[in-house]
Design a protein around this ligand. Structure first.
Ligand SMILES: O=c1[nH]c(=O)c2ncn([C@@H]3O[C@H](COP(=O)(O)OP(=O)(O)OP(=O)(O)O)[C@@H](O)[C@H]3O)c2[nH]1
Length: 167
């Protein structure tokens, strides 16, 4: 099968390669058509679906995949959230979310004013390109859970659902 992933971020593309081992994986930068820093589950999920739909409409694609990072609030506390969508040629949509982890409280003001988590994390961890490497989840778990591993779990949930509903 030909699978198209709507991002060039290595954590997303390598996660797809790790989960869809027998398939061919292509990638392109599909716009999410939501804000650059989604701040609700709904908006983050919508970004993943928008990306997956564009990928599925590619002539070469059998399945389109979108993965989107965002933040969401529970009881006044901000959490990292990530959503994935798998879209079939006949426009069926499957979605799943990844593990959540609380973000440093001092991020709240800047995230609400539109600053992106990626650049906040770089400053916080004193590293460069965190969102393309270990991710916020890697920093905040002391490297126990990487962003790629988190996306692999999301993609496994998508693959499993797609298999379940297409038996
Ligand atoms: O360090 C991070 N670790 C994470 O776990 C994480 N989740 C989200 N974000 C940030 O939220 C924005 C939208 O996320 P995002 O997935 O749409 O964009 P991205 O730039 O990472 O990839 P892409 O747009 O090239 O596919 C971007 O500013 C990301 O940096 C994260 N940053």
């Amino acid at each position: 099968m030909n699978i198209v992933v709507g991002s060039k971020n290595p954590t997303k593309v390598e996660a797809a390669r790790a989960v869809f081992t027998s398939d061919s994986i292509a990638s392109f930068d599909a716009p999410s058509n939501v804000s650059s820093q989604p701040i609700t589950d709904e908006e983050t999920r919508e970004g993943a679906i928008n990306r997956a739909k564009q990928c599925a409409s590619n002539d070469e694609a059998d399945l389109g995949i979108g993965l989107e990072g965002g933040v969401m609030e529970v009881d006044g506390e901000l959490f990292l959230c990530n959503w994935g969508a798998l879209v079939t040629k006949d426009e069926k949509i499957y979605t799943a979310s990844g593990a959540r982890i609380a973000l440093p409280r001092e991020f709240a003001k800047e995230l609400h004013s539109g600053k992106e988590l990626g650049s906040l994390m770089d400053g916080y961890a004193q590293r460069e390109g965190v969102s393309k490497k270990e991710g916020a989840v890697g920093i905040l778990t002391n490297d126990l859970v990487s962003r790629q591993a988190m996306f692999e779990h999301v993609l496994t949930l998508l693959k499993g659902q797609w298999r379940f509903w297409n038996k």
